[in-house]
Design a protein around this ligand. Structure first.
Ligand SMILES: [Zn+2]
Ligand SMILES: [Zn+2]
Length: 128
């Protein structure tokens, strides 16, 4: 005997899209998605050091990246306009805008603890 109600519930997908943040295990800076064109796969790369890691093979993430390959502005702009994230008055070092979204590092390492990151609401620049 099948249960139509249980089947329907299993088919239901949450509508909210989640942006996944990855952080460098070397220096704890934000990692940016990067396409490995030779191997046709997605990597996360640190802009501060040479650290890279394979991205988890998530369809959602692949879709997110597909629209902004080679340009991380799409990702950070999504963050900057996310109404669920808290805002603060922090001057952007790149463009001087005085409003930024901030969030905490989800990676708790012994030396960095819970680090705060700011994303400029105007240009999507990320800084600490
Ligand atoms: Zn790094
Ligand atoms: Zn800015």
């Amino acid at each position: 005997m099948s249960s139509p109600a249980a089947y329907a519930a299993a088919q239901k997908q949450p509508q909210s899209k989640k942006i996944l943040f990855r952080f460098c295990s070397e220096c704890s800076n934000l990692l940016f998605p990067k396409e490995d064109k030779e191997n046709h796969k997605l990597l996360f790369a640190c802009r501060t050091c040479a650290f890279t890691e394979d991205a988890p093979s998530s369809c959602v993430m692949r879709h997110e990246i597909a629209s902004s390959v080679g340009d991380t502005a799409g990702i950070t702009q999504d963050v900057a306009t996310d109404p669920t994230l808290p805002r603060t008055q922090q001057p952007c070092p790149a463009c001087g805008e005085n409003e930024a979204v901030f969030f905490q590092s989800q990676q708790r390492t012994a030396d960095t603890g819970m680090r705060l990151y700011y994303v400029c609401s105007a240009c999507g620049n990320v800084w600490q």
